[in-house]
Design a protein around this ligand. Structure first.
Ligand code: DNO
Length: 358
């Protein structure tokens, strides 16, 4: 595996490449052209400039998170082919730039959803948290307002104000889209992009829906083992793979994370590894990465990745806000650096105890 950190670009991130370079064992970053809208074609010069900036800092651009999917593709409107053509052009340009992993999601309207961005924990750190009760009490517009007021001035991924300004219209578009329709539209999209992925060796890594159930009545399909295996089978190409995100699949306590990892051998192209602490089955917060601070056994998760021979990029995920850092919620430097060091430690111990070099 290759340990990486997510980085939003020098215009948007409070964390610098120099700081990332100094985290032991982190050799790459996962980035994006933050600021491009879903459906836009990415310019080669922008891709190459991003790559050069990262390489000049002594790091590798290990993959893209995300090339976002236009709602026309998810809904399956008549103009979807135009947006898929754009997506294919972007993939071609990424492939030509020697970039081979692309994370994306197929969540209607919203990307990931949290109800609190700064819940205070007993140690004084603040974390992202979710309660179903809070979602049930809100309408989507209020949810957007509370999230953007709380974001330390940053734009959270998937919550871009330009899209959220049309939230009612977006909900309207999905009126007739149920789980089956969403599966069909995902299949159509994947079948169209697989030839370019084959040509350039691009691994597509779908991110799970977070939380792993329907929010505000919208369909959500990338939520459990049965659905993800269905997706792998419906377009049975190794480039059709997943981002295994423990914190997203883990929102549903019925998901057995190590078992899911083992069932996805050969198809996990990217891993987000983080812990959650459940206070009840509908109230969870994003604890430190350490097993004893949360609900998941992080050793078992890393062991399952080791057992399937996972060799893609991995990153610690949302960190707590500690040591008075001010940053995009979940994406500060300090706690993610602690997470990377911890995951590296688990990996080294697993490799040594199994007699394999790292
Ligand atoms: C949240 C992230 C997601 C993820 C997208 C992938 O912090 O894990 O926003 O990047 O769902 O497209």
């Amino acid at each position: 595996m290759q340990m990486t950190l997510r980085w939003y670009g020098s215009k948007y991130d409070t964390v610098t490449l120099k700081q990332i370079r100094q985290i032991p064992g982190v050799t790459g970053v996962i980035s994006t052209l933050y600021g491009t809208a879903p459906g836009e074609v990415w310019e080669t010069k922008d891709i190459l400039a991003l790559k050069k900036e990262i390489e000049d800092a002594g790091l590798q651009l290990a993959g893209i998170e995300s090339v976002n999917i236009h709602d026309a593709i998810k809904v399956g409107t008549p103009d979807r082919d135009r947006y898929i053509d754009n997506y294919i052009t972007t993939l071609e340009r990424l492939g030509q730039a020697d970039i081979h992993m692309v994370c994306y999601n197929f969540m209607p309207v919203f990307d990931w959803t949290r109800t609190e961005l700064a819940r205070v924990r007993p140690d004084g750190s603040t974390v992202l948290a979710y309660t179903q009760e809070a979602v049930d009490a809100l309408n989507p517009e209020d949810m957007f307002a509370s999230i953007s007021n709380d974001a330390n001035g940053s734009i959270l991924p998937g919550w871009e104000p330009e899209r959220m300004a049309h939230i009612k219209e977006l909900f309207g578009m999905y009126r007739d889209v149920d789980d089956e329709k969403l599966f069909t539209n995902l299949k159509y999209f994947l079948e169209r992009i697989m030839p370019v992925c084959d040509k350039y060796g691009i691994n597509m890594a779908i991110h799970p829906d977070d939380p792993a159930w329907s929010v505000f009545g919208l369909p959500r399909i990338i939520i459990n083992k049965a659905n993800i295996l269905r997706m792998m089978k419906m377009v049975d190409n190794p480039h059709n793979g997943v981002t295994f995100c423990s914190g997203s699949y883990g929102t549903n306590l019925e998901n057995d994370l190590p078992d899911m990892i083992r069932s996805l051998k050969g198809r996990i192209h990217f891993a987000h590894v983080r812990n959650l602490k459940f206070n009840s089955s509908t109230d969870f917060e994003e604890s430190a990465h350490l097993s004893s601070d949360g609900t998941f056994d992080m050793y078992e998760i890393m062991l399952a990745l080791y057992d399937i021979g996972f060799d893609g990029p991995i990153r610690p995920d949302h960190g707590r806000m500690i040591w008075d850092e001010v940053a995009m919620p979940g994406y500060g430097l300090y706690d993610r650096a602690l997470g990377a060091a911890y995951l590296n430690g688990l990996w080294e111990a697993i490799c040594k105890s199994r007699g394999r070099s790292e």
